[in-house]
Design a protein around this ligand. Structure first.
Ligand SMILES: [Zn+2]
Length: 188
């Protein structure tokens, strides 16, 4: 079964101090206590999680229950990283790519992404013949690069966006703004 994850990441290489980040997110009620999930440390949602995420539909399907009791889409939070190298996170929900030079639209993106993940092979645009680094592309919140991520499990693509206070709190931990995007696919 696919996982649906909202990812938050600093927009620069700046990394947060994890002790401070945990404290700040607990103080605003975004996360609560840590627990072990599939061998890794995750956090229970805090009591104000639903305030810090702005749901765009009328009936959010997010579940705040216990793991194992409410199916795979229960909401929990995990820190992912930091990594020495920039990571590229993408799932099955990637949108057609658009060449930043000539505007060529490419729907067959899977082999392009596979080649990038294998050995950083750039995308050779068939229209303008330029080699394009995947870091140059606009991903429209369907994939992203970063050295550290906060994974919010159980949030479907475009179902909810991070609220102002959450983004301000995150910005305060790195002195840089944070971006966000959505992942759908196999758990990682
Ligand atoms: Zn092109």
């Amino acid at each position: 079964m696919d996982s649906n994850i909202l990812l938050l990441t600093p927009s620069t290489d700046q990394l947060p101090d994890l002790v401070n980040l945990t404290k700040q997110l607990q103080e605003i009620g975004f996360i609560s206590d840590p627990f072990q999930f599939e061998g890794r440390q995750h956090y229970q949602p805090g009591e104000a999680l639903m305030i810090h995420l702005t749901f765009l539909g009328c009936s959010p399907v997010v579940s705040l229950g216990e793991p194992g009791k409410t199916g795979d889409e229960f909401c929990h939070i995990e820190f992912y990283g930091p990594f020495d190298e920039k990571q590229f996170i993408s799932g099955s929900n990637v949108k057609p790519l658009r060449c930043p030079v000539c505007g060529h639209r490419e729907t067959a993106w899977q082999p392009i992404i596979d080649a990038w993940k294998r050995d950083r092979t750039p995308w050779h645009c068939p229209s303008c013949e330029n080699d394009i680094s995947l870091e140059q592309l606009r991903w429209n919140k369907s994939a992203g690069f970063g050295r550290f991520f906060i994974k919010v499990w159980g949030i479907f693509e475009s179902e909810a966006v991070p609220g102002d206070k959450l983004l301000a709190t995150l910005r305060g931990t790195t002195d840089t703004p944070w971006d966000y995007f959505y992942f759908r696919g196999e758990s990682f």
